[in-house]
Design a protein around this ligand. Structure first.
Ligand code: AMP
Length: 218
């Protein structure tokens, strides 16, 4: 099945997508990761994208759409994929609908105070890209990756000013996709305010169709 994870930055899309990808054996396609890898390798695309990313702004549709279309041509997408961070605009959503059949859109929800705290406490490995959270997914040493020994850093766009901008951009450009997918009847809300494990369990429950709407049991 082709799945889209929708939701504001910091809601846990990446963390849950990694686990879903393993569980369902489908590739996790994260446009943010793809862009960051281009930035690190100083490709033409990366140099163009960096300027927007550091400020918390969206990279232009044309650039991102082309990148995703190329990625979806890979053989590993034949049996499904999970998209994380794409689409982020109506234009991107129209483009993906034109080339792929989307089975489910999971709308991950959490309030701003939870999101801001999560983003502030997020650390990423500069070598393998693994994402830690200093409260929930703690590395043994807060500067070193447990998995590969790489240096852990805080993303430029996880700093307070950029977080504010990213939430604003989310509301203006991405939140309208909720109604867009409601009209198509394929969106399901998932409470993402709990721990990463709770979030994963709810997401898998929804994907496996055991329930049409999911809320954390607290
Ligand atoms: P993320 O890792 O998903 O939070 O994305 C980090 C940054 O990459 C975003 O703040 C944007 O600047 C850029 N980005 C990622 N995905 C997209 C997208 N679908 N459209 C435009 N920009 C994107």
């Amino acid at each position: 099945m082709n799945i889209i994870l929708l939701g504001p930055p910091g809601v846990g899309k990446g963390t849950v997508a990694v686990k879903v990808s393993k569980e369902l054996k489908i590739p996790h396609i994260a446009t943010g990761d793809m862009l960051r890898s281009n930035v690190a390798q100083k490709t033409k695309l990366g140099l163009e994208a960096k300027h927007y990313m550091d400020k918390g702004l969206l990279v232009p549709d044309g650039v991102v759409i082309k990148m995703v279309k190329e990625r979806l041509k890979n053989n590993d997408c034949k049996n499904g994929f999970i998209l994380d961070g794409f689409p982020r605009t109506i234009k991107q959503a129209d483009e993906i609908s034109a080339i792929a059949n989307i089975g489910k859109v999971l709308n991950l929800q959490a309030n701003d105070s939870i999101i801001i705290k999560r983003l502030n406490r997020r650390r990423v490995c500069s070598k393998c890209g693994f994402v830690y959270h200093l409260d929930y997914i703690k590395p043994k040493n807060k500067e070193i990756c447990d998995k590969c020994g790489g240096h852990l850093y805080q993303r430029e766009d996880d700093k307070p000013e950029a977080i504010k901008e990213r939430l604003k951009v989310y509301r203006e450009k991405t939140a309208p996709l909720i109604e867009y997918y409601q009209n198509k009847g394929i969106i399901i809300n998932v409470d993402a305010s709990g721990t990463p494990e709770e979030e994963f369990n709810l997401v898998i429950e929804v994907i496996n169709n055991k329930s049409s709407n999911a809320c954390a049991n607290k």
